[in-house]
Ligand binder design. Structure first.
Ligand code: HMG
Length: 427
C-alpha cells in the first residue's frame, strides 16, 4: 500500500490478519450493581456508558482466557499453530512473577519450539506494545514467512464499593499479525507516541485489586491523547492529514475503553484539538465511535485488550461499509504511555469477519446475582493458592485446536500442584 504522496512511500503490507476474543462465562448487569450500591442506574448506563461487566470464575484466569481467545482465532481464521513464529502476551494481571503467560500459552496451543514467546507489561498499553513489536518483527524480516500471535489478557478488579467497581471487566483478545493481513493493514512506522511518569492507576505487588486516582486518570488519558495525536500528525505529515485526498480521512476511531464515556470524552477532546466546535459533536461520536463501543459495553474494561475489543466491535458492525477505509486507533496505558496510529480495513475483511463470528463469545453467558458476584470477588484472594485435584499434573494440550461456538473448549485453570505450578485443562 502506498500511503499518499508527500509521505514516505510504504509498500509493505503488515497488519491484523484475524482477531477474536474470549470472556468469562458470567456477567453482572450494572443496573443491579447500581441498585446495590445505592446509585441511580443511569449513572452507570448513561453517565459511564456501560451495561454489563464480565466476572471471572475460579477456573478462569488470564491464561485460560488467553488460551480461549487464541484457540478461537486460530481455528476460525484457518491458521495453524505451526505458522506462528512469535507469541507475545500483553497483560497487567500476570499469574507469575517470572513465568510469562506466553509460556503457558505456548504449551496449551502446541506452538512450535522455534517460536519466540514472551510477555509485555505497561498497564493497558501492554497489548499494543506486543502488536507494534510484532509489526516491527515482520517489517525487519525476522518472521521468515511466519505470523505473530499477539494476545491481550486481563482481569480488571477494583475494590468492592469503590468508584472503580462499575468499570471492572475481564477478557482476552487474540490477533494474528501477518504480512498478508485480511482485516486491517497498519500504517507501518507512522505512530505517535507519548509517555509521562504519573500515578493515575497502579497495583502494588501484593494486591489483586488496582488502586486509582480516578478523576486524575481521566485527565492523564486526555493529556496522553493530545500528546500522541500531535506526534502522530508529525509522523504522517501533511499528506497523511489531507482529508480531501481520497481515503485519507479517519472515518472511524477506536479508543482504549475503560468505560464507554471515556471514549466519548476522548473523541470530543480530539475534535477540539482539531479546532472543531460542539456543532456536530454528538453525531460525530455516534457515527465514528459508537459502533466500536457495543462489545466493550457488554464486557467492561479488559485492560490490554480494550482497544482491540473495540476493534472487534467495529469490524463486527461495519466491516462491509468500511472496506478500504482508514481507521484511527488510540491506546492508553496508565502510568503512563500512549500511542496513536492508523490502519485501513481490508477490502475483503467482511467475509472473514462473518467467519470469525465475533458475537459468539457473548452467547450463553450467565447473569450473576449480586450475592453470587460478591462471593466470586471474595474468593479471588485465595484463587492462586487453590490446590488442583489430586493426581492432576501441569500439561499442555498440543494438537487439540477444534473450537465450537459459545464457551465450549475453554481452557480451565484447575489450581496449583504440590510444587506451586499452575495446572490447566481443556473441558
Ligand atoms: P465517579 O467519581 O463515581 O463518577 O467515578 P462521576 O461522579 O465522575 O460520574 C461519572 C459520570 O456519570 C459523570 O459524567 C457524571 O456526570 C455522570 P461526566 O461528567 O464524566 O461526563 N452521572 C450521571 N449521568 C446520568 N445520570 C445520573 C448520573 N450521575 C452521575 N444520575 C471514575 C468515575 C471513572 C473516576 C471511576 O469509575 C474510576 O475511578 N474508574 C477507574 C479508573 C478509570 O477507568 N480511569 C479511566 C482513565 S485511565 C485508563 O483508561 C487506564 C485504565 O484502563 C488502566 C490501565 O491503563 O491499566 C483504567
Amino acid at each position: 500500500m502506498l500511503w499518499g504522496k508527500g509521505m514516505k512511500t510504504h509498500t509493505s503490507t503488515i497488519g491484523i490478519d484475524a482477531i477474536s476474543y474470549s470472556v468469562p462465562r458470567a456477567y453482572l448487569d450494572l443496573r443491579d450493581l447500581a441498585i446495590a450500591r445505592g446509585v441511580t442506574p443511569a449513572k452507570y448506563t448513561d453517565g459511564l456508558l456501560v451495561e454489563r461487566m464480565a466476572v471471572a470464575g475460579p477456573d478462569e484466569d488470564p491464561v485460560s482466557l488467553a488460551a480461549g481467545a487464541a484457540r478461537r482465532v486460530l481455528a476460525a481464521s484457518g491458521r495453524g499453530a505451526d505458522e506462528i513464529g512469535l507469541c507475545v502476551v500483553g497483560t497487567e494481571t500476570a499469574v507469575d512473577h517470572s513465568k510469562p503467560v506466553a509460556a503457558f500459552l505456548h504449551g496449551l496451543l502446541g506452538l512450535p519450539s522455534t517460536c519466540r514467546a514472551f510477555e509485555t507489561k505497561h498497564a493497558c498499553f501492554g497489548g499494543t506494545a506486543g502488536l507494534l513489536g510484532a509489526v516491527d518483527w515482520i517489517a525487519a524480516g525476522s518472521n521468515r514467512g511466519r505470523s505473530a500471535l499477539v494476545v491481550c489478557t486481563d482481569i480488571a478488579r477494583y475494590a468492592l464499593n469503590s468508584p472503580g467497581e462499575p468499570t471492572q471487566g475481564a477478557g482476552a483478545v487474540a490477533m494474528i499479525v501477518s504480512s498478508r493481513p485480511r482485516l486491517l493493514e497498519l500504517e507501518v512506522g507512522r505512530t505517535g507516541s507519548y509517555a509521562r511518569d504519573v500515578h493515575d492507576f497502579w497495583r502494588p505487588l501484593d494486591r489483586k485489586e488496582a488502586l486509582t486516582d480516578g478523576h486524575f486518570s481521566v485527565q492523564c488519558y486526555l493529556d496522553a491523547l493530545a500528546g500522541a495525536y500531535a506526534d502522530w500528525k508529525q509522523a504522517v505529515g501533511p499528506a497523511g492529514l489531507d482529508v480531501d485526498r481520497d481515503g485519507m480521512k479517519l472515518v472511524r476511531t477506536c479508543y482504549h475503553v475503560p468505560y464507554g464515556k471515556m471514549a466519548k470524552k476522548a473523541h470530543l477532546h480530539r475534535r477540539s484539538l482539531d479546532g472543531l466546535g460542539d456543532a456536530g459533536a454528538e453525531e460525530s461520536f455516534a457515527t465514528e465511535v459508537g459502533p466500536s463501543l457495543r462489545l466493550p459495553g457488554q464486557v467492561g474494561n479488559v485492560y490490554t485488550g480494550s482497544l482491540y475489543l473495540a476493534l472487534c466491535s467495529l469490524l463486527h458492525e461495519e466491516a462491509e461499509e468500511l472496506a478500504g477505509k482508514r481507521v484511527g486507533l488510540f491506546s492508553y496505558g496508565s502510568g503512563c504511555t500512549a500511542e496513536f496510529f492508523a490502519g485501513r480495513v481490508h477490502p475483503e475483511a467482511a467475509s472473514l469477519v462473518r467467519r470469525l463470528d465475533l458475537m459468539a463469545p457473548l452467547r450463553d453467558r450467565r447473569q450473576l446475582s449480586m450475592a453470587e458476584y460478591e462471593a466470586l470477588r471474595r474468593a479471588d484472594e485465595g484463587a492462586d493458592r487453590r490446590p488442583a485435584p489430586e493426581g492432576v499434573q501441569a500439561r499442555g494440550i498440543p494438537g487439540r485446536m477444534g473450537y465450537a461456538n459459545g464457551h465450549e473448549g475453554l481452557v480451565k485453570f484447575l489450581g496449583i500442584d504440590a510444587g506451586a505450578r499452575r495446572v490447566y485443562d481443556l473441558q
